[in-house]
Each structure stands twice: as structure tokens, then as C-alpha cells.
Ligand binder design. Structure first.
Ligand SMILES: O=c1ccn([C@@H]2O[C@H](COP(=O)(O)OP(=O)(O)O[C@H]3O[C@H](CO)[C@@H](O)[C@H](O)[C@H]3O)[C@@H](O)[C@H]2O)c(=O)[nH]1
Ligand SMILES: [Mn+2]
Length: 473
């Protein structure tokens, strides 16, 4: 789809000029081939060691050819986020997922920063939702998110008012944010207030980690009482619901806390299991056609990532041309000049771009926008076909399980109907359905884990490079 108002493309695919690199690689190839030819021609004059050496060199040459061909045709995607913005009010809703598993190894202040950077994205707040999956079942994580949602009301306003680039407060306040920005007295005052507020938030979380959780939330905490981390019922809590549908600049996006059911006898499949639950819970609540997932120790360092991703997801000729859009990771606080290669530059910068030139990179597990219907098992070959057979009640139940709300939402996504976005419902009314799809036996005798959430391997993907990074530790 191109932008209907201007008919300008939402993105351009640019082939990188790498003539010199190719020339060098071709000369290495000719050297390799001459070495092999020399080995073969002078076989008789040498013994076993010659044979062994030529076998090793042939293997090396083979691997080398594979590697070079991966990097041969590197492409970049140039995206035009402002053109996507002109699609208002038809911008699609987007669900974002954060996974956390342990409040000690992954301190909640990290998760809070990840969540704040998502809530403050440059995208209509009424179309964004953030779901946090807590495999630790921790009241501390829940408490931190409740406090963060209060802080978010100020933070989101501040970020949008001053077009702040880094929207994870711990990074923002640790840099030279003050000097590089607006120096008006108003900004300085707001900046100081925000810094104080953030310090108070961190302090509250720290105090709660040391002692007990303040009792004003006692009611909400009942679900966490006497539970064991690996043995408890599902907990789904709507921490904040955005009720400003239609008001594009209004407020803070939805924030939902989920701790899926865990029982000692049932395997929970770690992050993959959490992602499945996030997909289903968001399905019964907001059912956005696109979903972004990040780990709790990452933050979004470009507030326009949704727009950049949509340039590709909406800009391709047919939906089947792009199943997911993935962003490379960028690691903060690394050593100068990266002497140990920790930034994985070769992987992201060359192999990733090269794979993008062939078809698309593999899903790396994080920093990725998925098209929901692909996750639901719609293969690229089915896009233009009649899929009503797939949508029969019996088939839906077999594939997606017994929740009526969920199978209905899945049918909506598979048939491409947009009613999910135009007809938002009260999140609280779906908490019961959400609890049902977050149980540990929900997937039994369904296609989850086999057909559902596996098909992305068969679809194409697009890797945007350098443009936007998700930062992880
Ligand atoms: O039972 C679990 C275990 C882990 N996680 C979450 O999964 C994410 C990744 O786990 P981590 O232990 O940090 O794994 P890494 O080695 O860092 O994993 C990297 O590599 C994986 C693929 O190999 C990707 O899936 C990850 O996103 C990527 O960060 C974190 O947010 C965890 O909180 C859960 O939600 N539940
Ligand atoms: Mn990690």
C-alpha cells in the first residue's frame, strides 16, 4: 500500500554498493581455487598429509563461498515515517509485549524503564497497548508497574512536549540530556521536576524491594498472597486503561500485567510459553494486527519505531511479502571501539543486510514486529485464497482452543476484518477470558506450538538496519 493522499511509497529498498568488497572477495575466491587446483595437480608427489590438507581447504572454501554469498547482495530499507502518520485515523492498533522472569536477576526498575519507553512511543496512545508477562509472579514487579503507570502520565507528556529522543528515564537522566536540549527556563523547570519524580519512583521501588510492599494496594495484592513462583493460578491485571479512544494525543497507552498459570507438572516453555500467553491475552483484549516484543532489559531508543515498522508492514504490495520487521540490538555501556566485537556488528551490519537481500533474516527472538495473522498460522500461500474453511467453529476450536472470545478474535484477524480496531471494548470485561487463555493447560490438544507461532519460518521478513536500535544489556 502506498500512501493514499500523496501516493508516495512508504519505503525504498536500496541495494548497497559493495563493488570493492566484491572484487576483493572474487580475488580471494580465485586464490582459493588456484590453491585447490595446485593440490589436486600435485597429489601424486605427496602423501597422506597432502590429502588431509586439501580436504580441509575444500571444506574451508565451501564454507567461505556460503558466507560470501550471504553477504553478496546487501540491502537497506529507507523508511518514511511521516508518510505513515498521514494515514491517520486509519493507523492500526499495535500491541507491545515485555517479558520478565525474575525480580532479583532482572530488577523491576529495568522492566519499568522498558515499559516507560514503550508507553511514550510516538504513536496515538489510544492505539497502543503494553502487556507485561511476569514469569516470576512477583508482587514487587506488579507494584513497580503500578507506580510506573502513575509516573507515566507525566513522563509521556514531557517526552512528547519536548520531543525527547531517549524515552527510558534511567538512560535519559544519565546522559547529557539537559545541556543538549532546549535551554528555556520552562524546559529546565520541567526537566528538574521529571528528574525528581523519577528519583522518587526509583526510591519507592528500592524500598519495596527491601521491605514489604506498601499496604494501600493490599486488595490488589490478594492474588499474590501465599503463591509459589512455580505453582499458582493465572493473574491478569489491567493496571491502566486508556479511555481516550479517538483522541490521538490523549494520555497513556493501556498497561496490562500478566502472570500466567504455572504448575509443577506442566512444562512452561520459558520465554516461548510466555510469548504464547501474551499473544492470546492481547488477542482477547485489544487484538491488534501487529505485535512488538522486547525483553525486560531493553529499551526503545527511537520513539518512532512503530512508524518505521509500519512503513514496511503496510507499505509492501501484498501482506504476504513481509511477515515481520525486526530491529537489530545495540548494547549500551560497551567499551570504546568495541574491541571484543560485543556489538555483533558483522552479524547485524553485514550478514543481516545480506540476508535481507536474499529473503529476510531469521527471527532473533526480540525487537520484532510480527503480523498477528502470520503467527496464527496463515501461510503466504493462503493470503489470496478463500480461507473460510479455516474459520469454521470446529476448526477454530481445534486450532486455537476452547475460549470463545479468543477463537472469535482469531477469526477476526485471519479474515482481515478491522472491527477489532474500530470497536474497542472495556479491557476489564475481558479479564476473565484473559485468565482462561493464560492457564497452563490451554494449549493441550490445540495447534499452539506446532502450527501456530511456527509459520514465520516459512514467510519473508524484513530487517531494518541502523535506523533504529533496541538496546539491551
Ligand atoms: O521462563 C522464562 C525465561 C525467560 N523469560 C524472558 O525471556 C527473555 C530472554 O531471556 P534471557 O534469559 O535474557 O535470554 P538471553 O540469553 O538474553 O536471550 C537472547 O536470545 C534469545 C534467543 O536465543 C532471545 O529469545 C532473547 O530475546 C534474547 O535476549 C527475558 O525477557 C526473560 O525475562 C521469560 O519470560 N520466561
Ligand atoms: Mn537477555
Amino acid at each position: 500500500m502506498t500512501n493514499p493522499t500523496t501516493s508516495l511509497p512508504l519505503y525504498e529498498r536500496i541495494t548497497r554498493k559493495n563493488t570493492i568488497a566484491r572484487a576483493i572477495e572474487l580475488s580471494i575466491l580465485s586464490l582459493l581455487l588456484s590453491l585447490l587446483a595446485y593440490r589436486i595437480l600435485s597429489f601424486q608427489d605427496h602423501g597422506f598429509s597432502w590429502l588431509l590438507a586439501s580436504l580441509c581447504e575444500s571444506w574451508f572454501a565451501f564454507i567461505w563461498v556460503l558466507t560470501v554469498s550471504t553477504k553478496w547482495n546487501q540491502v537497506e530499507y529507507k523508511t518514511y515515517p511521516q508518510r505513515v502518520l498521514q494515514l491517520k485515523p486509519e493507523l492500526p492498533p499495535v500491541d507491545t509485549f515485555v517479558t520478565t522472569a525474575d525480580p532479583v536477576l532482572e530488577p523491576p526498575i529495568l522492566t519499568v524503564n522498558t515499559v516507560l519507553s514503550l508507553l511514550a512511543l510516538d504513536y496515538p496512545a489510544d492505539k497502543l497497548a503494553c502487556y507485561v508477562s511476569d514469569d516470576g509472579g512477583s508482587p514487587l514487579t506488579f507494584y513497580s508497574l503500578v507506580e510506573a503507570s502513575k509516573f507515566a502520565k507525566l513522563w509521556v507528556l514531557f517526552c512528547k512536549k519536548y520531543s525527547i529522543q531517549v524515552r527510558a528515564p534511567f538512560r535519559y537522566f544519565s546522559g547529557e540530556s539537559m545541556s543538549s536540549q532546549d535551554t528555556s527556563p520552562q524546559f529546565q523547570q520541567d526537566w528538574k521536576n521529571m528528574k525528581d519524580e523519577y528519583e522518587q519512583l526509583s526510591q519507592k521501588i528500592e524500598d519495596a524491594a527491601k521491605g514489604s510492599i506498601p499496604c494501600e494496594l493490599a486488595g490488589e495484592f490478594a492474588d499474590f498472597m501465599n503463591i509459589q513462583r512455580r505453582n499458582h493460578a493465572s493473574i491478569v491485571k489491567v493496571i491502566w486503561e486508556n479511555k481516550e479512544a479517538g483522541n490521538a494525543n490523549g494520555g497513556v497507552p493501556h498497561l496490562v500485567y500478566i502472570s500466567r498459570e504455572k504448575r509443577p507438572k506442566h512444562p512452561h516453555h520459558f520465554k516461548a510459553g510466555a510469548m504464547n500467553v501474551l499473544t492470546r491475552v492481547s488477542g482477547v483484549m485489544t487484538n491488534a494486527p501487529f505485535m512488538l516484543n522486547v525483553d525486560c532489559d531493553m529499551y526503545v531508543n527511537n520513539p518512532q519505531i512503530v512508524l518505521h515498522a509500519l512503513c514496511l508492514l503496510l507499505g509492501v504490495k501484498s501482506d504476504k511479502d513481509c511477515a515481520f520487521v525486526q530491529f537489530p540490538q545495540h548494547f549500551y555501556d560497551g567499551l570504546k571501539d568495541d574491541p571484543f566485537g560485543n556489538q555483533l556488528v558483522v552479524l547485524f551490519e553485514y550478514v543481516g543486510r545480506g540476508l535481507a537481500g536474499i529473503q529476510g533474516p531469521f527471527y532473533g527472538g526480540t525487537g520484532c514486529f510480527h503480523r498477528r495473522k502470520v503467527i496464527y498460522g496463515l501461510s503466504p500461500y493462503e493470503y489470496d485464497e478463500e480461507i473460510s474453511g479455516k474459520l469454521s467453529d470446529q476448526n477454530l476450536r481445534k486450532t486455537f482452543g476452547s475460549s470463545m472470545e479468543f477463537t472469535k478474535s482469531a477469526a477476526q484477524i485471519l479474515s482481515g476484518s478491522k472491527s477489532s480496531s474500530s470497536n474497542p471494548h472495556d479491557l476489564l470485561s475481558s479479564v476473565e477470558a484473559a485468565n482462561q487463555v493464560a492457564t497452563c493447560v490451554y494449549e493441550y490438544d490445540t495447534a499452539w506450538g506446532r502450527e501456530v507461532r511456527a509459520t514465520f519460518l516459512a514467510s519473508t521478513s524484513i530487517f531494518i538496519h541502523k535506523l533504529l536500535n533496541l538496546t539491551g544489556a
